[in-house]
Design a protein around this ligand. Structure first.
Ligand code: B12
Ligand code: SF4
Ligand code: SF4
Length: 374
């Protein structure tokens, strides 16, 4: 038999700091129905952008029964990941979202989940168990809110009154009935609108988050060229974006995570963009083993570095940017043409116009690829 107290102490032992249980409505009914409807409306409105993987597994996201037949309980788990901030080093640096300053939370939480799963099977060898962190077809924030780990704020982030938003979620489904939180956590944003007002791109509204406007989406998830109108709005964010968390009053004085677990590194928090550009994409990727930065791939990170260097407006970076005009990847060359032109390059236009790839020529002509004036 699975005993909740034992689950809680095992979850704490393996590194989770908040643990709660939500009842699961197998066919997506009850408390879960508005979440399922919200996800479906979000996808129907195209707010997931090109994250096809989200839409492809939407049927499972709205029906936990498809993920684990007979599912009755969801154990929601929280691992804080915000380590103390680094002072910004001098030079051409970009900003990285706090969750990516050190080890990849997927690896850390997955290891912890494996141990927790083992403990559950020890308690009840016949129990059906499904454990996921981030990548499974599970609406993690919905279960975390119902398990009373916190509330879903206007930023769409799950907020715990003492831990704030800087934590990673994981969910364990089981087909055993466990005692669950009597009700969801109350909504405590009140009249605050700081995240909506301060999001640099206006991505947040009452409809939630429009990924097509979110810096995190463009810099991490999107492959290929970033639309021209988005590029200046990215500012100095070379990977992810923390603005809607940094401005949230619930993140003031939150307890920080243990650096011994996450091993944060100033070169990951504030990478030297010219150094990134000097490396071939494959070599950059290979240098990032064990880091969440790998998600954007080497080419995505170098594309982002070009945009941030252009946004910084420091002409001292022009040689590094012009160096990317010869890159084998047309997306890097096209972004380099744009970035070099922002920095007043004398050679980028001619080089771009002579390029075999139409996307690169379009940047040199100042026309967005597809013929829309930029
Ligand atoms: C796709 C995805 C993204 C996309 C889309 C984000 C989004 N808001 O949907 C992009 C790439 C933009 C993204 C960005 C980030 N993400 Co993300 N992402 C996911 C992922 C894989 C799926 C989310 C999803 O299903 N979205 C679809 C929407 C409709 O669902 P939802 O956002 O969960 O919303 C539900 C509820 O919030 C509610 N809801 C939605 N909007 C609103 C609005 C109001 C007012 C209310 C009341 C309710 C409500 O209804 C929805 C259905 O339940 C989850 C992991 C997972 N499997 O759940 C991580 C996850 C949500 N991401 C996470 C993080 C850390 C981030 C970033 C902070 C990373 C960064 N620093 O750059 C940003 C934050 C941006 C933001 N404000 O959400 C964490 C969030 C932890 C937390 N405390 O909430 C998660 C849970 C990953 C994890 N396992 O820890 N992400
Ligand atoms: S992550 Fe940045 S761009 Fe995305 S919603 Fe939050 S503040 Fe806006
Ligand atoms: S910034 Fe304000 S409105 Fe936004 S999530 Fe935090 S408390 Fe809620």
């Amino acid at each position: 038999m699975i005993e909740l107290e034992q689950v809680e102490s095992e979850a704490r032992r393996v590194g989770f700091e908040l643990i709660g249980v939500a009842p699961v409505e197998p066919v997506g009914g009850g408390w879960f129905a508005p979440h399922a409807a919200r996800l479906q409306a979000w996808i129907a409105a195209g707010m997931h952008g090109e994250m096809k993987w989200l839409a492809d597994r939407a049927a499972e996201r709205v029906a936990p029964e498809l993920v684990l037949p007979g599912v009755r309980s969801a154990i929601a788990l929280w691992m804080p990941h915000r380590c103390p901030s680094f002072e910004r080093p001098p030079g051409p640096r970009g900003r990285v979202a706090a969750y990516a300053w050190g080890r990849d939370y997927h690896n850390v939480a997955r290891k912890a989940l494996r141990k927790l799963r083992k403990a559950l099977h020890h308690m009840d060898p016949e129990a059906g168990v499904y454990a996921t962190v981030d990548t499974g077809p599970v609406l993690e924030r919905a279960f975390a809110e119902r398990a009373s780990l916190g509330w879903i704020g206007k930023s769409t982030m799950l907020i715990h009154p003492r831990h704030g938003t800087f934590g990673s979620l994981a969910v364990v489904f089981t087909d055993r009935a466990l005692p669950y939180a009597p009700e969801k956590h109350p909504f405590r944003c009140g009249t605050c609108t700081a995240c909506l007002d301060r999001c640099p791109t206006g991505a947040l509204s009452a409809a939630g988050l429009d990924a097509r406007k979110c810096i995190s989406y463009w810099t991490i998830e999107h492959r290929g060229l970033i639309p021209r109108e988005m590029r200046p709005q990215i500012g100095e964010w070379v990977f992810g974006c923390d603005v809607c968390q940094d401005v949230c009053p619930w993140n003031k004085d939150v307890r920080l995570a243990d650096p011994a677990r996450w091993r944060p590194d100033v070169e990951r928090a504030w990478p030297d963009l010219e150094r990134w550009l000097a490396l071939p994409s494959a070599a950059l990727l290979a240098s990032l083993e064990g880091s969440p930065l790998k998600r954007a791939l080497g080419a995505g990170l170098r594309r982002n570095a070009l945009i941030v260097l252009a946004n910084r407006g420091d002409r001292a970076s022009l040689p590094a940017v012009e160096g990317a005009l010869d890159d084998p990847d047309p997306v890097i060359r096209a972004t380099a043409v744009w970035a070099a032109l922002q920095l007043g390059s004398a050679i980028a236009r001619a080089r771009g116009l002579a390029d075999p790839d139409p996307r690169v020529r379009a940047e040199a002509e100042g026309v967005a690829h597809g013929g829309v004036a930029g």
